[in-house]
Design a protein around this ligand. Structure first.
Ligand code: HEM
Length: 183
């Protein structure tokens, strides 16, 4: 079987779409905290809608990743780097859906406003209001967002390290127009 050298178009689209949405939400999410309630309800309509879209994309991405062999490690990578990169990638595959699930759980129990994703999915009607549970899932959503931010920063840093220090194809093979022959 021939060696896989780069990611296919679907894997690249899924990667960059999810990356764009998640980074956008990590940057603007904290601004929701101190918003007046009426403005917050409107903004969370978009926030929860985009978050739901992330979950849909991840539900496509998971099986895609499991059924399409990605390019393997380059010859520049030491064993520990290969192990770290697997741990980081699977960490992202777990923390991203978890962020959405905590968001939905928080939305289901929120007491002071309604969360209706894109004005279509009324998460607040899925369960009776509960201040205690809303608080717990609010904390989970906040803590998970910080962990996700750290992991994304690490992922970004490592890809730059590969490109500029190790000078291999690891970043290029995921770029939209990256041309890859071999490492
Ligand atoms: C990848 C997806 C998502 C990301 C990256 C994300 C990120 C964030 C961040 C960073 C915050 C601020 C947390 C803090 O500083 O404590 C936030 C707040 C919030 N998120 Fe998300 N979120 C996502 C998905 C969702 C979804 C799907 C929902 C609901 C269905 C949701 C509902 C909320 C609500 C209601 C708040 C504001 C809580 C409040 O202050 O009243 N999020 N989100």
């Amino acid at each position: 079987m021939s060696e896989v050298l780069k990611y296919g178009a679907t894997a690249k689209w899924l990667h960059w779409l999810v990356a764009f949405l998640v980074i956008l939400m990590l940057i603007f999410g904290p601004g929701l905290e101190d918003m007046p309630l009426d403005q917050k309800e409107q903004t969370v309509m978009g926030h929860s809608g985009l978050g739901t879209l992330v979950l849909v994309l991840m539900l496509i991405r998971w099986p895609w990743r499991l059924t399409h062999k990605p390019p393997g490690p380059t010859s520049t990578m030491a064993r520990w780097q290969i192990g770290m990169s697997h741990a980081m990638h699977w960490g992202l595959y777990v923390l991203i859906p978890l962020q959405v699930i905590f968001g939905i759980l928080q939305a289901m129990y929120i007491t002071d406003y309604n969360v209706v994703a894109f004005g279509l999915i009324d998460y607040s009607s899925w369960a009776a209001d509960d201040k205690g549970l809303a608080r717990i899932f609010h904390i989970c959503h906040g803590v998970n967002s910080k962990l996700l931010m750290l992991l994304i920063l690490g992922h970004f840093g490592v890809s730059l390290y590969h490109h500029f220090i190790q000078k291999d194809v690891v970043l290029k093979r995921m770029l939209p127009f990256g041309k890859v022959e071999s490492d």
